[in-house]
Design a protein around this ligand. Structure first.
Ligand SMILES: Cc1cc2nc3c(=O)[nH]c(=O)nc-3n(C[C@H](O)[C@H](O)[C@H](O)COP(=O)(O)OP(=O)(O)OC[C@H]3O[C@@H](n4cnc5c(N)ncnc54)[C@H](O)[C@@H]3O)c2cc1C
Length: 326
């Protein structure tokens, strides 16, 4: 079973006046006034891209910051950067209906009316594709979230039926789906009975403007798991050298989340120019169990953004709320 996931839509009259990320890729003309509903990674990527192309963009974000599943530093810094780029934020949450008038699409919410859009994009989450497959008849169980339930080896609850990718995994990323499929075929057909995918410390990039690179635990996750008193956080804010002669100097933020007493690296988070390309190497360091001392022993590449990762000194105790705003 590898049927993937599909975009979720709310239940409200006129919902079909909006499209999804699938429809976004079918656009033949650039929309001028866009509302993106939802501020997860797909929503912020679509909003960032359309704004960079010159569209007027309203991002409807129900939390106090975008990307609330990621380290708070990332979402707060991204929100500020998106606002500076001209993206308008709306906190309206419960949509009660969409209508089309001559002036464009109007979105009614419980709090306010947003109007004048020529494109509305739903990015409120994705659900596993499990319907119509006869899973009940085959006794394939689902999780509370609606995904196919699998163990570490991709076995479902039904003997001889396996599931990989978005339909079964909380890590909904292409490399995670591919790796799960490869490890499973190695196990079933390649003579490797212990082969299984390791979905810990998966690095990911959010392709916003600026980009985000992140791997490992966020500060709140680390504090929950190990206790805030055992977490030490290093932070840095600087301007990439690229902007040295520019009046429009965009900040870069970085954070290292470490576990005392030996400051084992639990999480590496960055937003700013170059964050997308630098995170993969730090994911290797995390997988190898690197400590802050290992980072410090590594001589920096000057002048790059990544050098900041191995020269940070300012630290504080971890906080459940993710620390002061960047
Ligand atoms: C807008 C967007 C941006 C993304 N960006 C990234 C990114 O930058 N990096 C990243 O790593 N991941 C990204 N992802 C996530 C990534 O696309 C998924 O994690 C990945 O595609 C999951 O692979 P999969 O094989 O499980 O499912 P899918 O790629 O969804 O493939 C499932 C396939 O099964 C088919 N199918 C469904 N039902 C049936 C059926 N009954 N019979 C036969 N076939 C069926 C579908 O048509 C589809 O072809 C993004 C996702 C979206 C929506």
């Amino acid at each position: 079973m590898a049927t993937g996931s599909r975009p979720l839509l709310p239940v409200a009259p006129g919902v079909e006046l909006g499209g999804t990320s699938d429809d976004f890729f079918q656009l033949t003309e650039q929309p001028k006034r866009v509302a993106v509903m939802g501020a997860g990674y797909i929503g912020v990527e679509l909003a960032s891209m359309l704004r960079a192309l010159g569209s007027s963009v309203t991002l409807v974000c129900r939390a106090d910051r975008p990307l609330r599943r990621f380290d708070p530093m990332l979402g707060i810094a991204l929100g500020k950067e998106m606002e500076a780029s001209g993206v308008q934020f709306s906190g309206s949450t419960l949509v009660t209906g969409l209508t089309r008038t001559q002036g464009g699409i109007t979105i009614q919410t419980e709090g306010e009316v947003l109007s004048g859009f020529d494109c509305v994009l739903w990015a409120i989450g994705r659900g596993a594709v499990t319907q119509g497959l006869g899973l009940e008849a085959a006794a394939v169980e689902l999780t509370a979230e609606g995904r196919i339930k699998v163990d570490d080896f991709q076995n479902t609850s039904a003997s001889g039926i396996y599931a990989v990718g978005d339909v079964a995994s909380a890590v909904a990323l292409t490399p995670a789906a591919i790796a799960a499929g490869r490890r499973l075929s190695d196990r079933l057909f390649g003579g490797q009975p212990d082969s299984k995918v390791d979905l810990s410390e998966v690095a990911t990039v959010i392709f916003t403007h600026p980009p985000i690179g992140t791997v490992g635990l966020s500060e709140p996750e680390a504090c929950q798991r190990f206790g805030a008193e055992n977490i030490r956080v290093y932070e840095s804010r600087f301007t990439n050298l690229y902007y040295a002669v520019s009046d429009n100097r965009r900040p870069t933020h970085m954070k290292l989340v470490t576990l005392l007493p030996d400051e084992k690296m639990l999480g590496v988070h960055a937003i700013g120019m170059g964050a997308d390309e630098l995170i993969q190497g730090f994911a290797v360091a995390l997988k190898l169990g690197a400590t802050k001392k290992d980072f410090d022993r590594t001589l920096a590449i000057h002048p790059t953004a990544a050098e900041e990762m191995v020269t940070m000194t300012r630290h504080r105790q971890g906080r459940l709320d993710g620390g002061p705003q960047p």
